[in-house]
Structures are given as C-alpha cells and as structure tokens.
Ligand binder design. Structure first.
Ligand code: CP
Ligand code: NVA
Length: 313
C-alpha cells in the first residue's frame, strides 16, 4: 500500500519573535514579488476557493481592509466577524470558536488583547492562525514596515532605525524584524514605557549575529542621531484608554516633530497609523515630504499577500 505523504506541521504567524531570519527574508522577497505582479496586471488567483475568517475583538481599518482586499485579489474570499458578533469567550469558549471556525475556513486572523488569548485560540485551531494584533505583537505590521523600508532605502543591512515612544506591540515586532534584517536599532522611550528586557534581548540576539547593535536610550534626540528611518506609534494603545492621562504626561518630550527629525539629517518617517497629530507626531511631519506612511499602509496588503501565500497557497 502506498505510504501517505506526511502532513506538514500546522503553521501560524503569531509573533515575529518566533520567525526564523530566513523566513523573515522570504516574506519580504515574496511581498515585493507579489506587489510587482499586482502592479503589472494583477495577481494570479492562487487562493481560488479559499476562505479567510477575520475575527476582530478590536476596531481596525488597515488590517481588516488590507486582508479582505488581498484575499479578493488572490482569488479567495474573506469573512469579517466584528467584535460584538462572536463574543469570544463569553457566548462561547475561545477553544470552541477556534475549533468550529476551523471546520469552515482555511485560515483565520485574530485581533485581540492578551497574547495568551491568541495562543489559546491558535492551540485549539486546526487551520493556520495569523495575529492581526495582540498586546504583545503586531507581526503583519512589521512585515509591511520592512517591505516599505526596503523600497525606500534599499537593502536594509547596516541602516539605522530609530523608534521613538511607547515600547508597545508595534515597537516589539518592528525592532525584532529590523534586527533580523540586519539593521541597527535604537529605541528612545521613557524609562517606564521601554520595551521589555526580553524583547530587547531577542532583538539583540539577531542583531549581534550580523554585527549590528540594538540600543535603548531615554532621550529622543540621542535616539535619532544618524537615523535613516524614524518610527513612532500612539502613546495610548487600544485597551489602555484608562491610562491616557498618565501616559500623555510620561511621553511629553517624545513627540516626533520637525526639530527632532532635523537632528537625524535625512531620515524618512514612519507610523503604523492611526496617528494622533499634535500628540506623538506633529502634523507637519506626518503629512510632510519625508513621511512614507501611506506607502507603509498600502504595503500592509502586499506583505499580507505573502503571508497568505506561504500559509495557504
Ligand atoms: N496599523 C493598523 O494595524 O491599523 P488598524 O488598527 O486600522 O488595522
Ligand atoms: N499600538 C497600537 C497599534 C494600532 C495599530 C495599538 O495597539 O492600539
């Protein structure tokens, strides 16, 4: 009797922390290829007949729309489940939702709060699960960020990234991804809102392998010196609304404004969006000639096509 081919292990995209360097590079290369393919007449419908469920416990513009359009352009379908619809863990247990939805669709994106909830969901799922943002990481954002830096600054090895502000989910995924791609990384955060030691250590491990540095400072001016890319994100992330007043006070002085950007010389400016003009970033900078935030937002779609390809095609 012929032996059955072994089933490949179930693959998820939950965290940049888990992504080997060669996979990080493969995602970037494939994202760039798929963007070129799309621009020269459209993508091949490699996901015909496939369905992606988007289960969101938090609001979204970019993540939802870019995944839905990406599925459409690759020939598949997406199904959006809004925060109030499923009531994950309330109307039904996290595990039951994951197991049941896995019987209908080919992959799922979950946007949630606690990363442990995402892990619980992924452990019960029998199809690939993609992290659409958790409090710990935003890996799809980081893949798009890498693609965008690559397009604007060329091969990333040896370039300098300065992240200014909250050491949050976006910061964690970004600095680990940048380190895997051979960039120098400097984070400029208030002491109490710096990325965790674990995240800094993980980024440092990858950076050191190719002779790069990951530095944590608490002075934004020091952080941007010599930067090729300056990146920031909101001071109050989703779920932290009750801490808004104390956070705004702690981050005063960490705004990405004209004076700060000028210290770097010739840096491009990035922000994952949504942004708060006048808070973490000055309007003049966000909307100015050095800002690449709209390319960055567009690239969510191209980068996620690479994710869908690798997990589903
Ligand atoms: N950057 C980002 O993830 O945006 P949304 O929250 O709108 O999806
Ligand atoms: N750090 C932000 C990112 C939003 C895309 C948040 O978690 O709300």
């Amino acid at each position: 009797m012929p032996r059955r081919a072994p089933r490949p292990a179930l693959e998820h995209l939950l965290a940049i922390a888990d992504l080997p360097i060669d996979e990080m590079r493969a995602y970037t290369a494939l994202g760039l290829d798929l963007k070129r393919e799309f621009r020269s007449g459209g993508n091949r419908p490699v996901l015909a007949g496939r369905v992606l469920a988007l289960l969101f416990e938090r609001p979204s513009l970019r993540t939802r729309v870019s995944f839905e359009v990406a599925m459409h352009q690759l020939g598949g379908k997406a199904l959006y489940l809004a925060p109030h619809e499923v009531e994950l863990g309330k109307r039904e247990s996290v595990g039951d939702v994951a197991r049941v939805t896995s019987r209908y669709v080919d992959a799922m994106v979950l946007r949630t709060g606690a990363h442990s909830r995402l892990l619980e969901f992924a452990a019960a799922a029998t199809v690939p699960v993609i992290n659409g943002l958790s409090e710990a990481e935003h890996p799809c954002q980081a893949l798009a960020d890498i693609l965008t830096m690559w397009e604007h600054r060329g091969a990333l090895e040896g370039l300098r990234l300065a992240y200014i502000g909250d050491g949050n989910n976006v910061c964690a995924s970004l600095i680990m991804a940048a380190a895997k791609m051979g960039m120098h990384v400097t984070v400029g955060s208030p002491r109490t809102y710096a990325p965790s030691d674990e995240i800094i250590a993980a980024a440092r491990r990858d950076a050191t392998r190719c002779g790069r540095q990951v530095t944590l400072v608490h002075d934004p001016a020091e952080a941007v010196r010599g930067a090729d890319v300056i990146y920031t994100d909101v001071w109050v992330s989703m779920g932290q609304e009750r801490e808004a007043t104390e956070r705004r006070a702690a981050f005063a002085g960490f705004q990405v404004n004209r004076a700060l950007v000028d210290l770097a010389g010739d840096a491009v400016v990035m922000h994952c969006l949504p942004a708060h003009r006048g808070e973490e970033i000055e309007a003049e900078v966000l909307d100015g000639p050095g800002s690449i935030v709209l390319d960055q937002a567009e690239n969510r779609m191209h980068a996620q096509k690479a994710v869908l390809h690798r997990l589903l095609a």
